[in-house]
Design a protein. Structure first.
Length: 296
């Protein structure tokens, strides 16, 4: 075979390989990107944020990025979302990449994990002057379990003062882009459990100890939140199939908020969070960039 033909054939096979649906191993083995700042919002190692900044002058619109992983400590979290964060920073966003205590770590569960997310989001105000963050242009992007936490974070103004999760004057998240996330913990928890097992949701919300555990933890119970919601799913998503996103957007709209469901052909639960995939282009352009433009 001639050298140029060998190169062409090799490139074709490489391209075909990259087009294969992404697996959890592809997600876990992504190259890591270095953040511009590491900010602790609490004493535990997991109570930290990695901040990725664009090269342009601020104030920058802020993307709050929340990783998934079934709420379990066995999934690292930030290393897998650092590539997404770096890509979004190159596009002009300040990316607030949130870590939180996961099941298997001291203090995780209810209320710890939820308070971590709340404290991490509200810390944006304190860091805004130093890093040029625009606190009026904040949207959240969450994957899988992180999609739930992103939707919840945008709903905090609806929390009753009697809840341990209540905080006065929570930072407003105007839009949530959920990537294979779950918004209805009670109604769709059995679907989520098919991939993550039956324990994570009950443990994360303290179901065994509280009769009303869904009331302050499930975004579906905190509608209307006032936030616009975009539910994105891969057509091949086995964790939270497109029908779950479509059903949740219907519930959001019924409550009076704006919502949209997008299903990406050929994409799995993991293609949507790997910045080298075709699915990521759909996540960025029709979703994140469009929604960020609405915040002006």
């Amino acid at each position: 075979m001639k050298p140029w033909l060998a190169v062409l054939v090799g490139a074709m096979f490489a391209s075909a390989a990259m087009a294969e649906p992404a697996t959890v191993q592809d997600y876990m083995s992504q190259p890591q990107a270095k953040a511009d700042a590491h900010i602790a919002y609490g004493p535990a190692p997991a109570q930290a944020v990695e901040l990725f900044l664009p090269k342009s002058a601020g104030p920058h619109p802020v993307v709050v990025l929340i990783h998934g992983g079934c709420y379990l400590a066995e999934y690292q979290g930030l290393p897998q979302t650092s590539g997404m964060a770096a890509d979004l920073a190159r596009r002009g966003y300040a990316v607030w990449n949130v870590e939180y205590r996961k099941l298997g770590e001291p203090g995780a569960g209810y209320p710890g994990t939820f308070l971590d997310v709340a404290d991490a989001v509200d810390r944006i105000r304190a860091e805004a002057p130093r890093y040029g963050l625009d606190t009026k242009r904040v949207l959240a992007v969450g994957h899988s379990a992180g999609g739930h936490l992103a939707l919840w974070a945008a709903s905090r103004a609806r929390l009753p003062k009697t809840s341990p999760l209540w905080r006065g004057d929570p930072l407003r998240i105007r839009t949530v882009v959920s990537l294979g996330g779950i918004g209805d913990l009670e109604g769709q928890g059995d679907i989520f459990a098919g991939a993550c097992g039956p324990e994570p949701i009950p443990r994360i919300i303290g179901l065994a100890d509280r009769a009303d555990a869904y009331a302050d933890t499930s975004p579906a119970e905190l509608l209307p939140s006032g936030a616009r919601v975009v539910m994105i799913s891969g057509v091949l998503d086995h964790v939270m199939p497109p029908a779950t996103g479509k059903a949740y957007t219907a519930r959001v709209r019924k409550a009076g908020d704006q919502a949209e469901a997008i299903a990406i052909p050929g994409a799995t639960h993991y293609d949507v969070v790997i910045p080298t995939t075709e699915a990521w282009k759909t996540v960025v352009a029709p979703a994140i960039e469009r929604e960020a433009a609405r915040l002006r």
